[in-house]
Write a protein that binds this ligand. Structure first.
Ligand code: ADP
Ligand code: MG
Length: 329
């Protein structure tokens, strides 16, 4: 990019509405300088969105920005961390004022909500992609990880599941019958609310946690592998929204969607019996509902049951939109 084009884009990002006191030096120098609170560990995560792989060219810049930051915030939420600073590597095929303005709007709205300050980045020419590195902190030794679930622990998820995939189906061209419902589901795909407050509230209570980006079934498997345990999930307990049930019209189909839908950005976590009673009080201020969907077992398998009946469902994995229409049964 020429110097002028570059300056133009960088100027957009230099006007940072979030100004944190722990940022000693923000955008403009070779590096940023930040203060990590005493007694805390730095928590770092990176996510990349590539046009054509993670979002369609028709997606609004503002939605893409929200999704890029939300996926990083969700990773920090799953660690029980407090988000603080981020950097943004933006690759664009050409300077596009309108796109950058829209991106900034979506980015800033979410960054302000969680008081995340953009402290640097890079701007290059190439196929459109967005990489955000988000930093946060957590009191030393208190981060939630995937390893730590024990047999007997209860298994929970936040929010409702399945709508992200249902929204993506519309984005990929499914004919709209009910406009309001389609809008709700599409928003659920692009505009997930990362469970940052809930994640922090779960420190000291949850024995393991992960955010649902690849689908509950796949992400729960990560907890089981890291913890060396198994789980029994009662699909009748999966939290399904009215919109999803109305959309799918069949409870079993909705349950399968809840197990496989990715980019949900809800949390899946385990809680030892002794802390289970504290959960409601703990999460009261996070504004998030949680649902117990099963229990951790010692047998290294992920079993699905409906009430007590074993199920032999074969589930497809989440694959963004490479194979959007394959059979999910
Ligand atoms: P350098 O050559 O040292 O990498 P640049 O000219 O790339 O510096 O960037 C100048 C300043 O602008 C740096 O502080 C950098 O972090 C910031 N910056 C560049 N691109 C972005 C962006 N997309 N978002 C936020 N900050 C950016
Ligand atoms: Mg640079």
């Amino acid at each position: 990019m020429t110097r002028n084009e570059f300056d133009l884009i960088r100027d957009y990002f230099a006007r940072q509405p979030v100004k944190r006191r722990d940022v000693a030096l923000g955008i403009g120098d070779d590096c940023a300088l930040v203060e990590v609170p005493e007694g805390c560990q730095l928590v770092v995560t990176t996510d990349t969105l590539v046009e054509g792989t993670h979002f369609l060219p028709t997606a609004s810049a503002s939605d893409v920005a929200h999704k890029a930051l939300a996926s990083n915030l969700s990773d920090l939420a799953a660690m029980g961390a407090m988000p603080a600073w981020c950097s943004l590597a933006l690759t664009l095929p050409e300077p596009d004022d309108a796109w950058v303005a829209g991106f900034c709007q979506g980015f800033t709205a979410l960054a302000e909500h969680f008081q995340v300050q953009l402290i640097g980045g890079d701007t290059t020419r190439g196929p459109k992609s967005i990489t955000i590195t988000l930093h946060g902190h957590v009191p030393k030794g208190q981060a939630l990880t995937r390893a730590g679930a024990k047999p007997g622990d209860w298994l929970f998820v936040t929010g409702t599941l399945g709508e992200s995939q249902a929204g993506l189906d519309y984005i990929l061209g499914k004919p709209v019958v009910d406009k309001a419902r389609a809008t709700t589901l599409i928003n659920r795909h692009y505009r997930a609310q990362p469970r940052v407050t809930a994640g922090q509230a779960l420190r000291g209570i949850a024995s393991a946690a992960i955010d649902i980006s690849d689908g509950l079934h796949a992400d729960l498997t990560h907890i089981l592998t890291a913890s060396g345990v198994g789980a029994k999930v009662d699909v009748t307990q999966l939290p399904l929204s009215e919109s999803l049930l109305a959309e799918v019209g069949d409870t079993e189909q909705a349950q399968k969607l809840a197990l496989t839908s990715g980019e949900e950005y809800e949390l899946c976590f385990t809680v030892p019996e002794m802390y289970r009673g504290m959960l409601d009080t703990t999460l009261k201020h996070s504004g998030v509902n949680v649902q117990c969907i099963g229990q951790i077992t010692g047998n290294h398998r992920l079993e699905l049951v409906a009430d007590s009946q074993p199920l032999d469902w074969v589930l497809s994995g989440w694959d963004h939109f490479k194979e959007p229409r394959r059979d999910r049964s």
